[in-house]
Design a protein around this ligand. Sequence first.
Ligand SMILES: [Zn+2]
Length: 208
Amino acid sequence: MDSEKKESLAVVCINCGHPVTELYRKYGESVIKMTICANCNQIADKYIEFEPVVILIDLVLLTKSAYRHILFNGYFKNFWKLFIILVLMESYMKWMNLPAAKNNQESEKNFYICGIWILGENFLFFCILRGSVGIFEYFLKRSASTLPGRAENLSLLLWKGIILASLGKFLFVPIVIWQDNSSAFALQIHSMLVMGYFLLSLICSCSG
Ligand SMILES: [Zn+2]
């Protein structure tokens, strides 16, 4: 009962971030009534009726409510899998840009080194972000984890937010495909645009 109560308190209105006790109420087998947020008077979470592909499109369009749905109300449990795919993709990108190895063994070793390097980079980035939040908490004299709707561990929430924002890094894939037919300048512009999109996603994801 306690765990059920705790789970129900963890959901929020995706429009204003205000905590709500439930997202919908069931009346019979096929009738549900969506919860209206007491703070903004809108449907607390319209996405619970949407197809995943619609939510994905809204994530790509940097819709803040879609980020809130996934991070606070969603039942997406595959963050670890997504994280592994992202690390493998970034490792591959780094490995592709290395000078040609002398043999297959060296090439394989280089890939593992790239993987460890990317893991280290991601960990460092997370530490910097968590540290920045800690500094804000210190100066504002308020813990972000006690803000409405932040029942989950803040570090875990930040980690999920970074992974969600990193979806934009899949736009690096065309670089691998086009790199032989593009100039170094065009590839640099492409990389900068992807990183800019990643930063915007990160702001959208972590400011909820
Ligand atoms: Zn609201």
